[in-house]
Design a protein around this ligand. Structure first.
Ligand SMILES: [Zn+2]
Ligand SMILES: [Zn+2]
Length: 275
């Protein structure tokens, strides 16, 4: 009788699955535990929504994310196959480009992925494609760290194919691809964590306004139709798709702490008068 485990491809697929599941569980659970449990009290003024998603939502997101990882691992086999047959020329060329290229290629991959995500995301929001590609992700009206990979299967394939296309076209070392996989899940779980963790300037605007904040993507879940960007705000600005309420909403979230600090200062005894 045929045993699926006799096939090396099945082994590779399972190995890939194991690494990806571990990465997802580590970051989604880790961010949830640190932000929602350990620092919940400290960060309570940075909580974006009043409501907290129910555990039932997180369980659903967890299982749909594992399904997405199964798709990623299938694309992982394609990556392996192309590499095996010498068709993945990007990493080969990159190996001769020195250590500076490691940093440059990481930055380029981040910029490339942001563009890929913006445009594929906008297409998936087209009513003709939304139901099949992107509905599952938006079932999380109020996102959680577990929303990070909660996609319909065709959407998971769109995201996974970026790594293949990019690595075939651009000289990117294998190590950069691996590091990027860690960066993207860390940033992705933070982006869905429901607490504004990005710094603000004295005008309560994002200190790094060229980067998307947690509020930026939270607004996309609250009122889809704006804020399609992944890491950077520039595509939404160039294309006129930034939520017009974004900066006001960001300032509102930041102001919660200032309002509380002012109230505390007003109620505490004056150190000069009472000394
Ligand atoms: Zn969307
Ligand atoms: Zn999202």
């Amino acid at each position: 009788m045929l045993n699926p485990l006799d096939f090396p491809l099945v082994h590779h697929w399972l190995d890939d699955m194991r690494v990806d599941v571990m990465r997802y569980v580590l970051f989604a659970t880790g961010i949830w535990f640190v932000i929602w449990v350990l620092l919940a009290q400290v960060l309570r003024f940075r909580k974006i929504r009043k409501d907290t998603p129910k555990p039932k939502q997180m369980v659903r997101e967890f299982f749909t994310s594992i399904r997405s990882i199964a798709i990623y691992s299938t694309f992982g086999l394609l990556y392996l196959g192309l590499n095996e047959y010498g068709l993945m020329w990007g990493p080969e060329i990159a190996s001769g480009l020195g250590p500076i290229w490691v940093v440059v290629s990481f930055i380029l991959m981040t910029i490339g992925h942001d563009a890929w995500f913006y445009w594929s995301h906008r297409i998936m929001h087209n009513p003709r494609h939304f139901k099949r590609f992107h509905r599952t992700h938006h079932q999380s009206y109020n996102p959680t760290p577990f929303t990070a990979y909660s996609f319909d299967m065709p959407e998971a394939a769109v995201h996974a194919s970026f790594v293949i296309v990019w690595t075939v076209i651009f000289p990117t070392p294998h190590a950069v691809v691996s590091a990027y996989m860690i960066f993207q899940i860390a940033r992705n779980t933070i982006g869905h964590c429901g607490y504004e963790l990005f710094p603000a300037d004295k005008h309560r605007r994002p200190l790094f306004d060229w980067m998307t904040t947690v509020t930026h993507h939270d607004l996309h879940h609250a009122r889809a139709g704006y804020n399609f960007g992944l890491w950077f705000t520039w595509w939404d600005r160039w294309m006129g798709t930034e939520d017009p309420t974004y900066h006001a909403r960001f300032a509102e979230v930041i102001a919660k702490k200032s309002a509380k600090a002012k109230a505390e200062a007003a109620s505490s005894p004056d150190p000069v008068l009472h000394s």
